[in-house]
Write a protein that binds this ligand. Structure first.
Ligand code: ADP
Length: 269
């Protein structure tokens, strides 16, 4: 069974810090108020999860997040009968719980999930807004506060793992990319505590590495990795070591590409 994480964590900012870049907060709120599901496309580590956590807190709804993987089935989302002390009891999955609670359900990397997941997503994403639970015979009607949000990374270019038009055309869609350099530097400074001008240099390096996407690299450096790098430097690590650990090694296993990235880092910093 997929275990959802419920964000924000205790003690976290409420709502968690999120720097808006292009009117996405208003679009999310309109989707929520108009009972429309939302699809967020974008590279890994560019702020999709943080955005959803921020909006859920702003709208005062609980958030059930599921990191989808290639073994995730429809039953993992809806629920299943479990044996408990000799009895068989029904346990709601995160999607069912979100529908019952009027919560926001966020399926991260939805294209990774098994194909049978689309069968449960279809009735809940059109005007029926129902979730049929085959096993229990129930048909749940989603309350107005329920919202489904899914994300995926189109950059992986996997034809087998893209969403079918019949599924994607049920969602409003929003494209995320990395923020403008000065905005990204401000985010990195806020998250790591490192001075903004030093973060700006790391963002310049990240952007130089992002240029290599589709050539030497499948993915460029994410904002998440830039924050890791800045946090290590802030904690006293030598900048050159932090760059290797956070911005070079996570991107490649190929020794030649690694050498190339180190040269890019030398020039950019
Ligand atoms: P994704 O879900 O796209 O893989 P995350 O939402 O986990 O990425 O983003 C990674 C990290 O980057 C977050 O934990 C947050 O620290 C930071 N981040 C990225 N974009 C923003 C933003 N616009 N505002 C605030 N933090 C951001």
């Amino acid at each position: 069974m997929a275990r959802p994480s419920i964000l924000p964590a205790p003690g976290a900012d409420d709502p968690p810090f999120y720097r808006e870049t292009a009117g996405e907060c208003e679009l999310f709120e309109r989707a929520f108020r108009n009972r429309m599901p939302l699809l967020i496309k974008g590279p890994t580590g560019c702020g999709k999860t943080r955005f959803v956590a921020h909006m859920a807190a702003r709208l005062g709804r609980p958030l059930y997040t599921v990191a989808c993987h290639d073994d995730l089935t429809a039953a993992d989302l809806t629920g299943r009968y479990l044996l408990k002390g000799g009895d068989t009891v029904w346990a709601d999955g995160p999607l069912t719980r979100a529908v019952r609670d009027g919560a926001i359900c966020y399926l991260d990397e939805v294209v990774e999930a098994r194909k049978d997941v689309t069968v449960v997503l279809h009735p809940v994403t059109d005007d029926r807004r129902t979730l049929p639970l085959e096993r229990t015979g129930e048909i749940l009607h989603a309350p107005p506060e329920f919202m489904l949000v899914v994300s995926y990374n189109p950059g992986y270019q996997n034809v087998l793992k893209s969403l079918k038009p019949s599924t994607r055309q049920r969602f409003l869609a929003l494209e995320f990319s990395f923020p403008q350099p000065e905005v990204e530097a401000a985010i990195v400074a806020r998250e790591s505590g490192l001075a903004q001008e030093r973060c700006a240099a790391l963002v310049r390096l990240a952007n130089a590495l992002r240029e290599l996407k589709g050539k030497d690299l499948d993915e460029g450096a994410s904002t998440r990795l830039v924050i890791y790098c800045a946090s290590l430097i802030k904690a006293g690590m030598r900048p050159a070591d932090a760059v290797v650990a956070a911005l070079i090694e996570p991107l490649t296993d190929d020794p030649d590409v690694r050498q190339g990235l180190l040269r890019v880092a030398d020039i950019a910093l």
